[in-house]
Design a protein around this ligand. Structure first.
Ligand SMILES: *Cc1c(COP(=O)(O)O)cnc(C)c1O
Length: 378
């Protein structure tokens, strides 16, 4: 059980006040005890109190908005830390309780925060299942954490090797990153396998499921199981299916005890006011409906593009995808990259990855862009 539950980070207007273990029914299993002891003991920066009804003379801000400032709240003021209305809207979007939500500057920020909070440099480790998203290993490298690799089973459609993951999880492994659907292979991992891994690791490690592409997969998030499997953490982002990569807004869904710890480490004013306002506009019903429609269009285009690419003589293989991209192997990847570029297209070169010496990753575009890309390769 953590002894740091009543730290200053928890007391921010009582918004994230930690419920008693009884209230949470079976949670509070001391997940905080997995964190670095320095972080558990850390006193966070006491950011300026958020009391919007009072005139702010406590944060050394300018009293005037710039006349060029078109924001709603005024960019002369520091933004609300972990804005309450934003958290509530995001929690509703992802159908999870608000006290299990932390908003971050994209999921990349959440990955970095998790590694910094849970891994001691030179001692602890993360576990990843390559080929997968590169940021997990980069965040570990920055923190000085080791990286344990358990490859996905290429012959079985890049399925997670459940037994091998569990075997490889020594006491030094604090975080297991599972990307589902996976980047760059495009496949979903089995939810049952993810849940069994998390259950098996119980109070020993956090299992972080990166669902950056789940909206394209027509599959439920594993977040529905988080209240039962408390060491499960989920990463969601508005960058892909919600057309908001430029705003930088990700969400970490985790046990309130984990959220409280990470709030101690995240920057006090992590989300810029223009981002908060852009996200609030996007979460209005009409904008959400538009995002859902476009997501469905991308799924249709993905299937069309997959078959069309597969019919090209220069294409060796297109992997099935539950995302908004297609992993594609060419007979001559260099030639394909060169032809794409000459026609004005950038596609992701994966040749540096030993798993994909002849492959590129193609983001599904608008129907007309996809047509022009196919033409360039025909
Ligand atoms: C794009 C991507 C992210 C990063 O999302 P941001 O919220 O923009 O930081 C996270 N995970 C995976 C697997 C991605 O492909």
């Amino acid at each position: 059980m953590s002894t740091q539950r009543n730290s200053a980070a928890d007391s921010d207007q009582g918004f994230l006040a930690t419920p008693s273990p009884g209230e949470r029914g079976g949670t509070g299993r001391g997940l905080a005890s997995l964190a670095r002891p320095e972080i558990r003991a850390l006193r966070p920066y006491p950011h300026a109190t958020w009391e919007p009804e009072l005139t702010r003379l406590h944060a050394n801000e300018s009293p005037w908005r710039s006349t060029a400032d078109t924001s709603g709240a005024g960019l002369n003021r520091y933004p609300e830390p972990q804005p309450r209305t934003l958290i509530e809207r995001v929690a509703a979007l992802y159908q999870v309780p608000a006290d299990t939500v932390l908003v971050t500057r994209g999921s990349d920020d959440a990955i970095d925060l998790l590694v910094r909070v849970f891994c001691r440099a030179g001692q602890d480790a993360i576990l990843i299942c390559p080929p997968t998203f590169g940021m997990y290993a980069v965040a570990a490298g920055i923190q000085g954490a080791h990286v344990v690799e358990v490859p996905l089973r290429a012959a079985e459609g890049f399925a997670v090797d459940e037994a091998a993951v569990l075997r490889a999880c020594g006491p030094e492994v604090k975080l297991v990153f599972l990307c589902s659907p996976n980047n760059p292979t495009g496949n979903l991992l089995s939810s049952d396998a993810i849940l069994r891994i998390a259950e098996e690791l119980g109070g020993r490690a956090l299992v972080v499921v990166d669902e950056a592409y789940i909206e394209f997969a027509t599959r439920e998030s594993v977040a529905a199981h988080r209240s039962r499997v408390t060491n499960l953490c989920i990463l969601r982002t508005l960058s892909k299916a919600f057309s908001l990569a430029g705003a930088r807004c990700g969400t970490l869904i985790a046990d309130p005890e984990v959220i409280c710890l990470i709030r101690k480490v995240t920057h006090p004013y992590a989300l810029a006011q223009p981002t908060v306002e852009a996200v609030m506009r996007l979460l209005e019903p009409a904008a959400l409906a538009e995002a859902r429609e476009r997501c469905a269009l991308i799924r249709d285009e993905r299937e069309r593009l997959m078959f069309a690419l597969g019919a090209l003589p220069t294409v060796k293989r297109v992997w099935p995808s539950r995302t908004n991209f297609l992993l594609t192997a060419f007979t001559d990847a260099s030639a394909a990259l060169e032809r794409a570029r000459r026609s004005g297209f950038l596609v992701r070169d994966l040749r540096g990855d030993p798993a994909f010496p002849d492959s590129v990753r193609i983001t599904v575009g608008t129907p007309e862009v996809n047509d022009r890309l196919l033409e360039a390769w025909s």
